[in-house]
Ligand binder design. Structure first.
Ligand code: NDP
Length: 262
């Protein structure tokens, strides 16, 4: 029997890389995307994923493109299906933070458009394209029931006025997860919303001190930074089918961030 295939956007670094490695550990062939494949990326980026993935004896296909650009996105879909003929798991992970944190009273339309284009429009239409193909796989009879994971954020329902457009993009992405869950249920395609908390990656490196302090002061129940591996393990649990009766579920990987306390 063939291996299941996972397509992970933004697999070159951080959380996406952690997800790629955990899924490879569980026998998935991996399609990993990044914005570009420069010689430097080949040395320390996606190809570092390749080295780890090779350890597990699965196949790895790196693809390059900006998910916020229609032409790139369409090409990524074509190349992904050309590589293996099917995608059994789509993980919408690629995303960006703000170039500059500005107060909601000051922030710019340019920044808003950038965040919405990459964090919301890109994964929305990538999912639309892949979901249509997954429906075809289901109708044709498939070895693996397809599933889709959105990597959103605790920012989907936590308001930060100095990065409002990020929060808005993630809240929108969480609604995309819900809506695709509704639409795809009749085909047996489960859709999940995974919300990471404070995870140590390039994205959070510039605000290390701020979060070190918040964690020390008790903002999380589990007093440590999250790791890409923490998120990867959660996605692997979903991929393995242990949450079969939970389409539309929101899974926080945030060290207890959202537990209300008194
Ligand atoms: P990183 O900045 O470490 O990595 C981002 C990844 O996304 C890279 O692989 C990058 O590719 C890719 N990417 C960025 N822009 C685009 C684009 N336009 N098209 C295609 N790929 C793109 O981020 P994280 O690992 O921290 O974040 C991953 C996801 O998790 C994001 O959606 C983020 O919002 C979310 N998240 C992160 C949290 C955290 O604390 N770190 C918390 C909650 C959610 P390249 O290497 O080519 O730039």
């Amino acid at each position: 029997m063939r291996n299941p295939v996972a397509m992970i956007t933004g697999a070159s670094r951080g959380i996406g890389r952690g997800i790629a490695i955990e899924l490879a550990r569980h026998g998935y062939d991996i399609i990993g995307t990044a914005t570009r494949l420069t010689p430097e990326d080949r040395e320390r980026g996606l190809f570092e994923v390749r080295e780890r993935v090779d350890e597990f004896g699965v196949r790895f296909v790196p693809l390059a493109g900006d998910i916020g650009e229609t032409a790139d996105r369409n090409r990524l879909v074509e190349e992904a299906f050309a590589a293996f003929g099917h995608v059994d798991l789509l993980v919408n992970n690629a995303g960006v933070g703000l170039l500059q944190r500005l107060d909601i009273l000051e922030t710019t339309e340019e920044s808003f458009d950038r965040l919405i284009r990459i964090n919301l429009k890109g994964p929305f239409f990538l999912t639309q394209a892949i979901a249509n193909r997954m429906i075809g796989q289901v109708k044709a009879g498939t070895s693996y029931v397809p599933a889709i994971v959105f990597i959103t954020s605790i920012s989907s329902n936590t308001a930060s006025p100095n990065r409002a457009e990020y929060c808005v993009s993630k809240a929108g992405l969480s609604m995309a997860a819900q809506t695709f869950a509704v639409r795809l249920a009749e085909f047996g395609i489960n859709v999940y919303d995974v919300r990471p908390g404070i995870i140590a990656t390039d994205m959070t490196a510039p605000v290390t001190e701020k979060y070190d302090k918040l964690i020390a002061e008790g903002v999380l129940l589990q007093k440590r930074w999250g790791t890409p591996e923490d998120v990867g393990k959660a996605v692997a649990g979903l991929a393995k089918g242990y949450f079969q009766y939970s389409t539309g579920a929101v899974i926080e990987v945030g060290g207890g961030f959202s537990v209300l306390r008194l």
